[in-house]
Design a binder for this molecule. Structure first.
Ligand code: AMP
Length: 398
């Protein structure tokens, strides 16, 4: 059965076509600069190189039409009827969704209602759904929420902010988290690699890419996570601050004659690695600088490392001091031995010991803690798309 996994952004559409239940990727690619004067797309078929085409992509519907035509033209599918389901990543599911859901009028209405909390993302997801409704009529579609893994597990004490209660009841102000699909995948995959049932292990997952979040997972249930109402909360990231004193917003607004929205935009887009380094939001650029002896680049990484370790330490406490594994994933977590070493070196008080030689690998799953480490340390590439495909199979077969 062929299943499509889709991640729609405001000007992009990423896809992976799976043969299920084998979980074999038949094709994958990305359409970018949708809605701009000139767009482009890259598609790679199983076993072949990615090829690149420049073409105008006025809207998502044109991109979906092109994608389906390419699948037919390349013989990846012989007929569109072979595609039995389409799963969409959705950034914000709010309080409504603790599980993935079939796309219907009710669920679309809720995703629409949540646009205020994730303006660019949720709007784009709905546009993606409508494009597939038009070009694959009758094919079941599924919403897979970034928030539902967290929403299913966190207790009130973990997700409530200490703000006026009315803000919560009237506006839904609370922690929702993000990257839930990745954290869920990583915890299950880590348990599998450890040869254990996920119900029997406690795991702290660190999804550290351009966006970064951590989660405390007890027996497969998420107890806490670092992102909040929006992805701005938590640890410093490529361009986001992570936690700061909210007074900074009114202070800078007053000093620079800006409104709160503009300042918050700078906290999202001009801060983190980029803001502190005044050089780049990309970890590779900063690692290169650090190797050349650049003190600022070193400081940037140390600021982030301190905060990441603050979270790991607090999650260790929250999980009762019983943590079986720490998982590192996403662009930086998977690919940067320096990042993992910097974090793990600060975790020696809770008994973490790593093998630096083993750690010096990237982009694949491996354990790099020593045999006498009290907590296992794993590097595991994340795979949100396969979770979307699995949920799509499960819900379309119901
Ligand atoms: P993501 O958002 O998960 O795609 O992660 C993007 C981040 O991963 C960027 O900061 C990249 O610099 C970083 N990254 C990717 N490859 C490497 C690498 N080999 N070493 C260090 N950082 C990397």
């Amino acid at each position: 059965m062929k299943i499509m996994s889709i991640n729609c952004g405001s000007s992009s559409l990423k896809f992976k076509l799976f043969e299920m239940p084998e979980e074999k990727v038949l094709a994958e690619g990305i359409f970018e600069r949708i809605g701009m004067e000139m767009g482009d797309y890259k598609i790679s078929q199983f076993g072949s190189k990615k090829d690149y085409t420049e073409v105008a992509l006025p809207d998502h519907s044109v991109a979906v039409e092109l994608l389906l035509n390419e699948l037919l033209k390349r013989g990846i599918v012989n007929s569109l009827e072979e595609i039995k389901g389409v799963g969409h990543r959705v950034v914000q599911g709010g309080k409504y969704f603790t599980e993935s859901a079939l796309v219907d009028e009710w669920s679309k209405g809720k995703v629409r209602e949540l646009i205020d909390l994730a303006p660019l993302h949720n709007k784009a997801h709905l546009i993606g759904v409508e494009a597939f409704e038009k070009h694959l009529p009758g094919v079941k579609q599924i919403f897979v929420f970034d928030t539902s893994f967290h929403n299913r597990g966190m207790k009130e004490e973990a997700f409530m902010y200490a703000v006026p209660w009315r803000w919560y009841t009237e506006y839904g102000i609370r922690k929702y988290g993000a990257h839930g699909t990745s954290h869920e995948y990583l915890s299950k995959e880590c348990a599998r690699l450890m040869g254990k049932d996920v119900k029997d292990v406690n795991i702290i997952t660190c999804h550290i890419g351009n966006g970064a979040s951590l989660a405390a997972i007890e027996g497969g249930v998420c107890k806490d996570t670092s992102m909040g109402l929006t992805p701005l909360e938590g640890v410093p990231m490529g361009t986001r601050t992570g936690n700061i004193d909210p007074t900074v917003v009114s202070y800078i607004a007053e000093k620079e004659g800006k409104d709160a929205k503009t300042v918050v935009n700078e906290l999202n887009k001009k801060s983190g690695y980029l803001g502190l380094s005044e050089y780049s939001s990309d970890a590779r650029d900063l690692e290169e600088k650090e190797e050349q002896g650049d003190e600022r680049a070193k400081l940037v990484f140390n600021v982030q490392a301190k905060r990441v370790v603050d979270y790991i330490a607090s999650y260790w406490m929250y999980l009762g001091g019983k943590v079986d594994a720490i998982v590192f994933s996403a662009g930086i977590g998977e690919n940067s031995p320096q990042f993992r070493e910097r974090i793990c070196a600060r975790l020696f008080p809770i008994g973490v010991k790593i093998d630096k030689e083993v750690n010096n690998q990237r982009g694949k799953a491996f354990k790099f803690s020593t045999a006498d480490s009290k907590i296992e340390c794993w590097c595991i590439p994340t795979d949100e798309e396969v979770v979307i495909a699995r949920d799509t199979v499960r819900l379309t077969q119901k």
